[in-house]
Design a protein around this ligand. Structure first.
Ligand SMILES: [Zn+2]
Length: 66
């Protein structure tokens, strides 16, 4: 029982890495990334890896509140 709860906790906190490096952390637009530089139409630009990091930190927890 306790084991299952822990497993579920991990799944809830998971952020899809497919979009974390594409989604603008400022305006939430999704942009395709060329090279290592991320640039958004809102004017935000940074290193791609930094975008992913920012999104993982700020991503709303997709929580299936049971
Ligand atoms: Zn943007």
């Amino acid at each position: 029982m306790e084991y299952k709860v822990k497993l579920r906790g991990i799944a809830v906190g998971y952020v899809d890495p497919k979009y974390t490096s594409q989604t603008c952390p400022i305006c939430r637009n999704r942009n395709h990334v060329k090279d290592r530089n991320y640039q958004c139409s809102c004017g935000f630009k940074t290193h791609r890896d930094r975008v992913a990091g920012m999104n993982i930190i700020h991503a709303p927890v997709i929580d299936g509140v049971a």
